[in-house]
Design a protein around this ligand. Structure first.
Ligand code: TMP
Length: 205
């Protein structure tokens, strides 16, 4: 079976990273070649973003939108370990965050149509085969973050995450016709969510 490109999305602390890992393990157990990847990436473009997210380098929201697009293009076309190259080799690529995040985070803080066009009209940004949105309320996700980590990134507060969640739901409505997006309820046990996700992925064929 040829490789597929699956993206996980959700607000900070939604559990998407855990679910991405569980799906990768399960596909591997079934003999697939799977590569897990994430945005921001580990490329120089992604490292600049991490510095800004940690509050070390101050960037405007428009600058952030452009930096995420630049990082995404680099992620797609990198000659080694790039999304295109991996899919070409037959691997399944599971990506923690993609353009839906830019449309949700920077789309709500800048101009949505501008952010949408930079991402969706870019010839070097591939459309995923499937996007899984793990839905959780900001109150619940922030509780998880406060238990799990010491450092907090710039968007991890109730005001921003409430706006971002609303925006994610609006992005999903907006792209419903063109992208294959499934919403899963993240306020359940890890295994139950994972079963749901595996059933959705099995439908890809
Ligand atoms: P992470 O917590 O999933 O590692 O993501 C890092 C942060 O980057 C998170 O707060 C969401 C933010 N982000 C954006 O604002 N726009 C984007 O396009 C991406 C990929 C992430």
């Amino acid at each position: 079976m040829r490789g597929r490109f699956i993206v996980f999305e959700g607000i900070d602390g939604s559990g998407k990273t855990t679910q991405a890992r569980l799906l990768a393990n399960r596909l591997e157990e079934n003999g697939a070649s799977v590569v897990m990847t994430a945005e921001p990436t580990e490329l120089p473009t992604g490292k600049a973003l991490r510095a800004a997210l940690g509050g070390k380098a101050k960037k405007s929201e428009c600058e952030m939108a452009v930096l995420f697009v630049e990082d995404r293009i680099a992620h797609n076309i990198a000659p080694v370990g790039g999304i295109e190259e991996l899919l070409e080799s037959g691997a399944w690529v599971i990506c923690d965050r993609y353009y839906y995040s830019t449309l949700a985070y920077q789309g709500q803080s800048t101009d949505y149509e501008w952010v949408k066009s930079m991402n969706l009209r870019c010839p070097q940004i591939r459309k995923p085969d499937l996007c899984i949105y793990v839905d959780l309320l900001p109150e619940q996700s922030l509780e998880r973050i406060s238990k799990g980590r010491e450092t907090v990134e710039i968007y991890e507060n109730i005001e921003t995450l409430s706006k971002v969640r609303e925006q994610f739901l609006s992005v999903i409505r907006d792209l419903g016709e063109t992208d294959n997006i499934c919403i899963v309820d993240g306020y359940r046990g890890v295994d139950e969510i994972s079963e749901d996700i595996y059933a959705i992925v099995s439908l890809l064929g």
